[in-house]
Design a protein around this ligand. Structure first.
Ligand code: NI
Length: 135
């Protein structure tokens, strides 16, 4: 039985958003979210971790080229230079770092497999990140 390991690849994308709940008044949104109600952007850093057995032939947990392609096509192309509030994923859902991490997991899980995808870590800026492990 060969060893198991976790491999992480890092990606970056820039996106804009604002925090706003349509069902609330402007005053309520401002009370809860403050300046986050104003449209602004972030340079996000995304770390995707996959886990599994190290293949004896390739020496890898996953083809890291495949991981780069899948995350690039599924996540980076979708969100880079996008207005997150305009994405159907955030219709009626505030595009917080938490919600974005969950959405990224949900986009990647069918492509990478629930058994392989281990963690999505999304940095909104160098001081704040969210981890999501599914479920
Ligand atoms: Ni923000």
């Amino acid at each position: 039985m060969s060893a198991r390991a976790s491999s992480t690849r890092r990606f970056s994308f820039a996106a804009g958003h604002r925090y706003w709940v349509d069902a609330w008044s402007a005053a309520e949104n401002e009370r809860v979210f403050g300046r986050l109600t104003v449209p602004h952007g972030h340079n996000y850093t995304l770390e995707v971790t996959v886990h599994g057995r190290i293949d004896e032939a390739t020496g890898m947990v996953i083809d890291l080229g495949e991981l780069k392609r899948v995350v690039g096509e599924t996540v980076v192309e979708r969100f880079d230079h996008a207005d997150l509030n305009a994405d159907p994923l955030f219709r009626g859902r505030v595009p917080t770092t938490e919600n974005l991490a969950v959405s990224i997991w949900d986009l990647l899980e069918p492509k990478l497999g629930a058994d392989r995808l281990r963690r999505v870590r999304l940095w909104e800026d160098p001081t704040l990140y969210v981890d999501y492990h599914g479920g």
